[in-house]
Design a protein around this ligand. Structure first.
Ligand SMILES: NC(=O)c1ccc[n+]([C@@H]2O[C@H](COP(=O)([O-])OP(=O)(O)OC[C@H]3O[C@@H](n4cnc5c(N)ncnc54)[C@H](O)[C@@H]3O)[C@@H](O)[C@H]2O)c1
Length: 327
């Protein structure tokens, strides 16, 4: 099985590493405008791989994506370089949209020209607007984004810490967007069938403080990481690699990822069944009135910020003949 990764910076490299370590694919193609970087990463991994897996990792071009089962996009400006590390900035990761929208609009037709309707997974920020742009640029529906898969894990880890249990045993989701307006589904969060609000009360935790503390830790986890190592990369690398496996192995695993919602008219993140092709089915979790209102506000904002880019893309597509495969 062949997987392509476009954008071999911190995130793309961590994803390639996690994929190779888990032997999830037979072949990983590394693509970046900086070909010195792809060659360097491939050469570095080449000498460790014989001890861990039979995966082949090589620097390539778009032409090498022929026959790929999945292409992951991790190209674009990151939070540090794009000035999106201020906790009080309401725009958050949306600050990266202008730069990354044109990068996605450039990359996606090159993938489609070679790999047809092969699924595309967007890890670049902001994932939901970029997935929506990628879907229009691709002209096929097999586009999804990592979105709140990572936020959901961060939520579970923070709950697990507070209650002294394994994160794996926490059932809780973050939906909507991977960003400052993500929606925490507190009303259905539970451990062993016990609602976490009840557990917090039983342990004498004040509900407002308990909730605010966790939401803050989850929403701004990336900033703490960036302050330490310059870029959030290892967590998303592991998550992207696992999501890739779910597609390659047709796992039908349930995980919160972004895909186009006809109901909301934009890409949003929901618990979804992931298998061949990407998102096989979107599940609609039960929500309180407050959570539903927050989700609608999140969707409206995403639609509003994405709209102008989609219009530009559609008018450009009307004027331009389809791209030919790159040599
Ligand atoms: N989804 C998540 O949870 C998550 C987590 C961390 C970072 N991110 C996002 O992932 C993206 C990459 O972050 P990073 O830290 O790896 O950045 P980085 O600067 O380390 O790497 C970005 C790479 O993209 C390449 N690139 C730029 N334009 C390109 C193009 N047109 N074609 C091919 N390659 C191109 C650059 O050469 C560079 O190697 C950012 O948007 C970042 O915000 C997402």
């Amino acid at each position: 099985m062949k997987v392509g990764i476009v954008g071999i910076g911190a995130v793309g490299t961590a994803t390639a590493m996690a994929l190779a370590m888990r032997a999830s694919a037979h072949e990983i193609i590394l693509i970046d405008t900086n070909t010195h970087r792809t060659a360097g990463v491939a050469a570095d991994m080449l000498y460790g791989l014989p001890m861990v897996s039979a995966t082949s990792v090589r620097s390539g071009s778009y032409a090498d994506l022929e026959g790929a089962q999945l292409v992951i996009i991790a190209a674009g400006i990151n939070e540090k370089a794009g000035g999106a590390t201020d906790r009080s900035d309401p725009l958050g990761r949306l600050r990266l949209l202008e730069t990354n929208a044109s990068i996605i609009a450039d990359i996606v037709p090159r993938i489609v020209a070679v790999a047809g309707d092969c699924p595309i997974m967007i890890a670049s920020n902001p994932p939901e607007p970029l997935a929506e742009i990628a879907r229009v640029a691709a002209g096929h529906p097999n586009v999804f984004s990592t979105s709140t898969a990572l936020d959901t894990l961060r939520f579970r880890v923070q709950l697990a810490r507070r209650f002294g249990v394994r994160a794996k045993d926490v059932s809780a989701y973050v939906v909507g967007e991977h960003g400052t307006n993500s929606v925490f589904l507190w009303s259905s969060a539970e451990i062993g069938g016990r609602p976490v609000y009840d557990m917090a009360r039983e342990r004498g935790m004040e509900a407002g403080e308990f909730r605010r503390g966790i939401e803050e830790d989850v929403r701004y986890a990336n900033i703490e990481i960036i302050q330490g190592i310059g870029a959030s990369q290892y967590g998303i690398g592991m998550v992207a690699a696992r999501l890739a496996e779910m597609v390659l192995r047709d796992e039908h695993a349930v995980v919160a990822v972004g895909s186009h919602s006809a109901e909301h008219g934009t890409t949003l993140s929901f618990p979804s069944i992931v298998g061949y092709g990407g998102v096989v089915e979107v599940l609609r979790p039960a929500m309180s009135d407050e959570e539903r209102a927050l989700l609608h506000a999140c969707a409206d904002r995403l639609k509003q910020v994405t709209g102008p880019y989609l219009e530009k893309l559609r008018s450009r597509e009307e004027r331009r003949p389809a791209l030919q495969p790159a040599s």
